[in-house]
Ligand binder design. Sequence first.
Ligand code: TRP
Length: 337
Amino acid sequence: MDNKEKQVIFSGIQPSGSLHLGNYLGAIKNWVSLADEYNCYYCIVDMHSITVRQEPAELRKRALMQLAQYVACGLDPKENTLFIQSHVHEHAELGWVLNCYTMFGELSRMTQFKDKSAKHAENINGGLFTYPTLMAADILLYQTDKVPVGEDQKQHVELSRDIAIRFNNLYGETFKVPDPFIPKVGARIMGLSDPKSKMSKSDPQGCVFLMDSPDEISRKFKRAVTDSDSENCVRFAPDEKPGVANLMNIYSSVTGKSFEEIEKEFAGKGYGVFKPAVGEAVIETLRPIREEAERILSDKAYLQSIYTEGAQKASNTARKTLRKVYKKLGFVEKPQL
Ligand code: TRP
């Protein structure tokens, strides 16, 4: 199918932390197969990251690392548009315009803003407040149909819809109205030390990073929380045994085995056998990804060609949308400079 006939998917991840198993099994792994059916844009949203303080050298390193990891995870840069947000200036420009069509009250109601301003009470800056309008710009620039996001970002996609509808009502059809997209497959991976909360970099012991060494991965799985009873039996019971269910979920995602098959495989064997087995399976899944990411990262010219081509493809589309918006707003047409 030609890209022009395909629906558009857009998603973004901040380069403010290292990618982990939850990002991979819950999101990136499933993005790989979407390219056949959709025209996919995946953006490294570095401009969103500076809403909280970043160490400049770290930010740069993580953005490049994230790009290398996307490719290593199987996102083909020829089939997908992989780019860095700050390379496409239309994001900032449309972000400003959308600020003028978003209400103070709407932004005040965003739960992520409330959470983050509680967490960073010493730095509640304007960017943190208008974060959702920049995100709306990301999405609307590409006439996006679907936005794959987790539960926590649904409110932002809803706001993007409201802004698009409001603008279209005032100025006529300008933006496609996007939908949040929760893919059919995609595991929700919980922390290894606290199976009640999502795997997250804020708990490094319970979080398996894509670049962790086999030894680290093995150690983290051996320490994984199973359950508080003494049953010592691999059985899928998410309410009673969330830790075991999470490990089964991970094992199932990386091996393709069903829960039934897993229960059979470990019947009578106990957690002492099960936990290292999950660790081994994860090590073997992540090994080629880690090695490929390291190889790409060391090939500076290749990495640069990926983000250059990505930014070119992205700006071709973004430019058209922004031109349309500026015209509708009544801005004087920009001369050739
Ligand atoms: N806000 C998203 C997050 O923190 C990241 C993001 C920025 C995004 N722009 C986006 C996600 C556009 C989807 C679409 O996870």
